[in-house]
Design a binder for this molecule. Sequence first.
Ligand code: HEM
Length: 450
Amino acid sequence: MDVSTVLSPLVTWVVIIISALYIIYRYVTASFNYFSDQGIPGPRPIPIFGNMWGIWRENLPEHDVKLVKKYGKIFGYYDGSKPNLWITDVDLIKAVCIKDFDHFVDRRSVNLTIKVMRKWMILMKGQGWRDIRSSVTPAFTPSKIKLRRYCRVRIENCFLSVHFFISEYLFTVVFPNFLSTFGSLGEKLYVIDDFKFIFRLLENVILERSQSKKKYNDFIEIANESISEFKKEIDSKTSTLFMLAAFDTTSTTLTNTCFQLARNPDIQEKLYDIGEVSHDMVQDMPYLEMVIQEVLRLYPPLLRVERQCTKDYSYDNGRIHFKKGQLVTVPAYALHRMEEYYPDPEKFDPDRWSPENKAKRSPYTFMAFGLGPRNCVGMRFAMEEMKIAIATMIQKFRFFPVKETPLRFFDGFCILLQHFDATVGVELRQSIPTDRYDLLLHLRRRIFKN
Ligand code: HEM
């Protein structure tokens, strides 16, 4: 047999395969010179995963701190193949979130077809977001909040938390079109049991309330009122976001506050001296507010604040270009731990928030509630709710550290801070006839279902 007749189909196949691999390689790495062309530093990306390979093994808060330390205040990162500029430079943060917000209206596209989630305000875009934001905002003005007496924050509520999905979320970041392409499979991945529990709970509460005339004055009512005032086609599922945004963030912050108070008895006693609280008093509790702000600085429940460029933009006389579709990340957790902005950053020090000390710092160094027109709509509500909860707890209980106290957060890709294990000692302040009565709150968090 003629060797050339055998070789030529083989050679043809080898050439086809190599060419195909080369084309795929070029396709998946096409965006990888986006930042280097602009002279912006950053970690080297790899095909398909960009800079996210192995991130599921990392502890995300620590990962973000390391990156910022290594690459500085402005650097390029790739979520899969998508360019994402990380910024901790206060002028650029201000430009993106406030001054030139018009170019950065949206958050990342998740392309959800899942009915229950696609109307979440946090995921909405452009005009749809503007419409719902302007209808919801009036429900959170100080006068409206004042009308609501939500002292019914029960201790179990404080510690309710949704175990946010790690692998599922990572998947949608690297492959953003997956959910829209594989609708029902996406739904199965995303809507985990914890979510279903919350959805069902909320639906039942709303149904029950619709059948009674009783006023509850809590955030479920806020969400529902503002949504029903909104004339467009919005269903009650929108309020599931309020429930998640409100429960998870506030419960995490209350847990973290208990920890810091346990470790800092002087600060705890200073809060106790404030005495009984009422709604009106809570407005004027500067020290309590300083304590909560310091807790939020050390542990911002949302580790990263994100924007997507919605219109091409150029910054600093064209030094940095943002193309439509590009992502921008403000790594809040890492920003809050930058020595330059917060000296001795690991130290819990509420005095950083005294008016004099605050005035020495740029306001754009604090991102716990985000910034600008797209910041947290529930910020005032959350602050008041937490102030009342903490002041009420401190009057009744004293927190103290126990052996297993180290506060740890889950490893893996989850931009919500999730406790791995949180144990704190609690004793009743009132003297009880027999002896001191010690309670141990064991707040064990499990990512894996039992
Ligand atoms: C400790 C409590 C809370 C923290 C730390 C927190 C933090 C945040 C952050 C960082 C954002 C993103 C902001 C940005 O991108 O600039 C956000 C958005 C949001 N938060 Fe909160 N939040 C808290 C409580 C609440 C509460 C109580 C509610 C509702 C009652 C709420 C509702 C929302 C909504 C609807 C958005 C999306 C806003 C939009 O896209 O326009 N949050 N929150």
